[in-house]
Design a protein around this ligand. Sequence first.
Ligand code: SF4
Length: 326
Amino acid sequence: MKRIKKNSSTPVGYDLDQGVTQSMLCNFIKCRRAAALALNRWGSPAPRRATQFGSLFHELLQEHYRGAGKKLPPSPELTFKNVAQSWERKALEAGDKTEDIQGDLACAKALFPSYVDRWRKNDEKKRWVEVEQVFDFMFRHGHKRFQQRIRGKIDGIYEAKDGTIWILETKTASQINEETLSLALTFDFQCQFYVVAVEEKLQRKVSGILYNIIRKPSIGRGADKTSDAYVQLIKNDIASRPDFYFTRFELAFSSKQMARFRDELSLKLQDFQNWWLGDLPTYRNEFACQAKWNCEYLPVCACGGDPKQAGFKQSKTLFSELLEDA
Ligand code: SF4
C-alpha cells in the first residue's frame, strides 16, 4: 500500500504496510501528537512502573495456561519460580528500583497460587486454542473494499464445553470501579477489536470475551517486601476476600453489535490512513494528557515537543510488544 505522503507532519519512519495495532489506533484517537511520537518510535527513558506488576502476572498466566493441556502441569509454585527469575532480570535491566521489584514479586507470589485455585474448576472446562499468540491480517470492509493490515497479540483463545469460542483478556489493577467498568465493557473498543481479530484468524464466530480481573494487593505499606511475613500477610487478606481479588465477566457480543463495530473500525482506520497521508493535521490533544495513567509523552510536550530534549530514546523496533519474548 505504497502512497505518496503530502506533508511531513506525520511519522517518517512508518509505512501503512507495517500495520496498525489496537494500542496504536487508541493513541491516534486520543492524541495525534502521541501517535506520531509512538510511530516514530520515541519511548520514555523512565521505566513504566504502573504496568510492571501487570507484565509479571501476564508472564505467569502465559506459562500456566501453556502447561494446562499437559498430563502433568507444573504447580503454581514451580511456575512462579521459573518466571520470577527471568522477569526480575528484565526489570533490573529496565532500571526498576529493587524495592519496587521485590514488592511486585511478593504480591505475585501470594496472589498467583490463589488465582489458580480460585479458577481451577472453571478453567478445567476450557480447551485452549492459543495462548499469547500474535495475529496479523488484512481488514477489509465495505463495497469499495477498504483495507488495512491489523496486528496484535491476545492473552488466550479457548473453546468452552459447548463448543463456542471465547477470548481471555486479563487486566491487573489495584483500583477498579466495577459498576462503571461493566457499563464501559459492553461496547469496549479493545474487546471488540479482539473479537474481529480472532474471527478473522480462526474464520469462526467468536461468542465474546472472558474479562479476567486481578486486583493488585496494596496492603502492608512500609513492610519488608522480601520477607515471608509480608507474603503471608497478603495471602491472609486474599483468603479472607477472594472475590475482591479475582473477578470475571463474560461479555457476549451479538452479530449486530459486531457489524456496527466493524463499520466504525473502518471509519477510524480511514481517518488513520488519511492522517498518515497528510490529509488530516497533527495537533496536541491537551484533554488526553492526564487520565488514569498520564500520557507517556507528557515530558516531551511539557518542554516544547522535542523528544530528544526530554531525554527520550528512539528504539529500533516498532511494535516491540509483538516480538516473541515480549
Ligand atoms: S502529553 Fe498530551 S498533548 Fe502531548 S502527546 Fe501526550 S496526550 Fe498528546
